[in-house]
Design a protein around this ligand. Structure first.
Ligand SMILES: Cc1cc2nc3c(=O)[nH]c(=O)nc-3n(C[C@H](O)[C@H](O)[C@H](O)COP(=O)(O)O)c2cc1C
Length: 495
């Protein structure tokens, strides 16, 4: 009896102390909030005003898990993410009962089914495609779907390792992004596209220009199949790469040749390429030094600019052309970028790809310049649409992040990515076991290609690249769909 009373007394006094502490803490916060000048809400509503920030942060979490509908979120909705997770897990591709997709949304692609599709033994299969046939070491690229540029720095070491091994397993290429080439990239033995960013990390000389010796050293790796000169990426055209100081480890600083402790900012463009003529010089130089296919990565802003570029190529001769153009859409992702650029600069891939494909063909460069498309092309229907529009290849960054386990926490620019994909915090990286994740990367890539082949089969062609614009209808604002070949006026030879 006595000990029960003691326990009750103890609990009561602990409770009183707790209340007293809370009252004191609230009092301190009240004084701080009332007298600070930075935040009007906290100044006018001391203590209570603090809940606004907490609820705003929690709202992101609750919407994703409880309130957002399957097709609602941005940049990727749950249905898009779930498809990638399922493919990465090697799960079956069948769903039950019917589509949850609203087919009246303008822009929705509706593929045109063949009345008599080929039999199963004539199933559509992707053929390898040659890039840069005129170079000393052309690249016969096996897969139509590959990994887009993401630097070691934006991504963690285990993420790069998993991508490298997964790419090897699936027979796809991996682009280094602008952070240079590391052991982690080479680890899995996959085909690699080396990206030359505007800071030229990994191939820079003492004056900040291109080092031919370093270019040759990179090209000496048999795995490095192509070089991509980055002019722009969709999320931030006109702005160089940004790697926040918090994400610069000693290893990353050494690979890039940069200082620790401050943000690493790449120049907005290559100093030696201020015109199309200079750009062609640069492409020719890198090709001569490395002997491998060289292309550019860019974003479309207008038709006139592409015409000028293609005219410059035609004037010089087709041999001067880039071996490929990677066309990124304004909807593309990034490790870090200013919001106005992410939101509103650069044409969407849905508009830019048909335009650039038409222009390339109009200038007679269809077989000379391979077109690689990216920009939220993470599910098979997106990739199949791009093939119909005129792409030779599709690359994805965020699709492969989903395969690695990305939950779209939108924290790539901090060092706090909960899945360890973009964080260099060893504690968070523990969750990303490269030895297991690489299988997911490979399964996702195979899943996308297989489903694109399924669509190709359904429209009645033997290879996905034989899909044409007449094979897809695009839903218009009035809800009716129109064959894609009837949408862009003028020259449209692929239709
Ligand atoms: C984390 C992250 C890092 C990226 N780093 C680079 C880079 O170094 N160089 C580059 O050209 N693009 C970079 N990108 C852009 C992607 O390569 C790609 O162009 C863009 O995200 C569109 O593809 P997606 O919609 O499939 O993600 C990055 C994107 C992400 C999400």
């Amino acid at each position: 009896m006595g000990s029960t009373i003691n326990t009750v007394e103890l609990l009561a006094s602990a409770f009183i102390w707790l209340i007293a502490l809370l009252v004191i803490a609230a009092g301190v916060m009240f004084v701080i909030d009332r007298f600070q000048t930075a935040d009007a809400i906290r100044r006018n509503f001391p203590v209570i005003g603090r809940f606004r920030g907490v609820f705003t942060r929690l709202g992101e979490f609750f919407r994703q898990y409880f309130y957002a509908m399957d097709r609602e979120e941005m940049p990727f909705n749950r249905a898009q993410r779930e498809w990638a997770y399922r493919a990465a897990s090697g799960g079956g591709n069948t769903v039950a009962f019917g589509s949850t997709r609203n087919l009246a949304v303008p822009g929705t692609p509706i593929f045109v089914n063949a009345p008599f599709p080929p039999l199963s033994d004539q199933y559509a299969r992707t053929e390898p495609l040659m890039i840069g046939p005129g170079t000393r070491q052309p690249f016969l690229a096996p897969s139509l779907f590959n990994i887009s540029g993401m630097s070691f720095g934006a991504l963690s070491r285990p993420a790069i390792e998993a991508l490298s091994h997964g790419a090897r397993e699936a027979g796809i290429w991996m682009n280094t992004g602008e952070g240079g080439l590391s052991e982690a990239h080479l680890d899995g033995g996959c085909d690699i596209v080396f990206q030359i960013g505007t800071a030229k990390y990994g191939v820079r000389n003492a004056q900040g220009g291109l080092s031919d010796a370093k270019l040759q050293a990179v090209a000496a790796h048999e795995q490095v199949r192509m070089f991509e000169i980055k002019l722009a990426q969709g999320a931030k055209p006109g702005k160089g790469g940004i790697l926040p100081a918090a994400k610069i480890t000693a290893e990353i600083a050494a690979i890039r040749g940069i200082e620790r402790g401050k943000d690493s900012l790449s120049p907005n463009r290559h100093a030696e390429a201020g015109s199309f003529a200079e750009l062609l010089d640069m492409i020719g130089h890198v090709r001569a030094v490395t002997g491998k296919p060289v292309g550019i990565k860019t974003v479309a802003g207008s038709e006139a600019v592409f015409r000028e570029f293609l005219e410059t190529i035609v004037d010089r001769g087709a041999a001067s052309a880039p071996d490929f153009i990677t066309l990124d859409g304004g909807e593309g992702g990034t490790g870090a970028a200013p919001m106005p650029l992410v939101d509103l600069v650069g044409m969407s891939i849905r508009e830019a790809l048909p335009m650039v494909a038409d222009l390339r063909d109009e200038y007679g460069l269809r077989d000379r310049i391979r077109l690689i498309a990216s920009g939220k092309l993470v599910n098979p229907s997106d990739v199949a649409w791009a093939m119909c529009a005129g792409a030779d290849f599709v690359v994805s960054a965020r699709g492969f992040m989903f395969a690695l386990g990305c939950i779209q926490a939108m924290k790539c620019n901090r060092n706090t990515c909960p899945s360890g994909i973009t964080s260099h915090n060893p504690h968070l990286q523990k969750g990303l076991v490269a030895e297991a994740k690489y299988l997911k990367v490979a399964a996702y890539a195979r899943g996308v290609v297989h489903e694109v082949e399924t669509i190709a089969h359904s429209v009645g062609v033997a290879e996905p690249r034989l899909m044409r614009r007449r094979h897809v209808r695009i839903v218009q604002a009035n809800g009716a769909s129109v064959p894609m070949n009837e949408l862009r006026p003028g020259y449209s030879p692929v239709a």
